[in-house]
Design a protein around this ligand. Structure first.
Ligand code: PLP
Length: 376
């Protein structure tokens, strides 16, 4: 497809399935697990068995690869399955460097599972290039970047980190779940691999779990494809169909969510009962200049708020909000609020008084009024 087309057009055209049997405009769903083989041994549709490939999964993978400006998309049944495939591609004894406030389930996965397989990892302030350079070892194979980070919304300079990593022959991987490809293009900034929880902004309606890896063609892409097929953590055709459908409206949702997040963050920053607001779009964000440089068209639908008070005060506040559902996850059409520390556990570096917000598609004036009422 013509790479010169705008993101919006690519999102629509790349998810359009050409069905020459029924000429349906919306794509059919193919639940079949197996495909017929011809006498000459060929498979005319190009598919053999569902764990290996499927028309719905293929359409989704190609679309996500295109939107992320890569060549190969590899779909998974969840974001964690996609992320674990990347770690499974490494060797025992390899070292991985991660941000100090990386998505906490990833740390739990590395601690509980990959450590037993000999993977070594350490955490660093990924926003500080000097600390990154000091933490790299001769065995470091991969630098993991998550920007904005979860839940403190710290930013990392992808271009600088990728440049540094390549000079050391280290892979630079970016979890681009929070900004989505609408706002940030890590491969264009020099990263080697992009990974997504498509459960969030791609799906967009809190009703489907999924993950995807995007990278350029080559040995790593082949290795990850093999892990996907042999490991078998692939999306169901229906899940791939839902994510493909979500892609069509993702740009509009993400732009609206970003605009509302900025408006609400600006309001909350000026409120006397709020200690601090973490949002990359605010001028007060210590790395606002990085956000301006590496994010396009908005700063995302996620923000964190530190309230003046204790953990109990923060928890009580979540129940005074009427338009924010208290629930984990993000990227859906409905606004969510979550007290992260009690979810992540006592050892988490997340402050006790932090509430994480995922902004939905409600009118922002209603969301502001909801906060005004809850704080009064
Ligand atoms: N990466 C980030 C930044 C996330 O926020 C999440 C989930 O919240 C994941 C990965 C994991 O995705 P999934 O829940 O689809 O496995």
């Amino acid at each position: 497809m013509d790479q010169e087309l705008h993101f919006e057009t690519l999102a629509i055209r790349s998810t359009h399935f050409k069905d020459y049997q029924t000429y349906s405009v919306s794509s059919p769903i193919y639940p079949t697990t197996t495909f017929e083989r011809m006498a000459d041994g060929s498979y005319p549709g190009g598919h053999v068995y569902r764990r290996m490939s499927n028309p719905n999964q293929e359409l989704m993978e190609k679309s996500i690869a295109l939107l992320e400006k890569g060549e190969v998309g590899i779909g998974f049944s969840s974001g964690m399955a996609a992320m674990s495939a990347i770690f499974q591609s490494l060797e025992a004894g390899d070292h991985v460097l991660l941000p100090d406030d990386v998505y906490y389930t990833l740390i739990k996965f590395l601690e509980d599972v990959m450590k037993r397989w000999g993977l070594v990892f350490s955490r660093v302030n990924m926003a500080d290039l000097q600390s990154v350079a000091q933490s790299v070892r001769s065995t470091t194979r991969l630098i993991w970047v998550e920007t904005p980070s979860n839940p403190q919304l710290k930013l990392s300079d992808i271009a600088a980190l990728a440049k540094y990593a390549h000079a050391q022959d280290i892979l630079c991987v970016v979890d681009n779940t929070w900004p989505s490809p609408v706002l940030q293009s890590p491969l264009e900034l020099g990263a080697d691999i992009v990974v997504h929880s498509t459960t969030k902004y791609f799906g967009g309606h809190s009703d489907v779990l999924g993950g995807c890896i995007v990278l350029h063609e080559g040995a790593m892409a082949e290795k990850l494809r093999s892990i996907q097929i042999l490991g078998g953590a692939v999306p169901s055709p229906f899940d791939a169909w839902l994510i493909t459908r979500g892609i069509k409206s993702m740009h509009l949702r993400v732009q609206a969510q970003s605009q509302s997040a900025l408006t609400l963050a600006t309001f909350l920053e000026g409120h006397t009962k709020i200690e601090a607001v973490h949002y990359p779009g605010l001028r007060s964000h210590p790395q606002h200049d990085i956000a301006v440089r590496q994010m396009n068209g908005g700063y995302g639908g996620m923000l964190s708020v530190l309230i003046r008070g204790t953990a109990a005060d923060a928890m009580a506040l979540t129940k005074r909000l009427q338009l924010f559902t208290t629930a984990t996850s993000l990227g859906g059409v409905e606004s969510l609020v979550e007290h992260r520390k009690s979810v992540e556990g006592e050892t988490s570096p997340t402050p006790d008084n932090l509430l994480r917000l995922s902004i939905g598609l409600e009118h922002v004036d209603d969301l502001i009024r909801d906060w005004e009422r809850a704080l009064s």
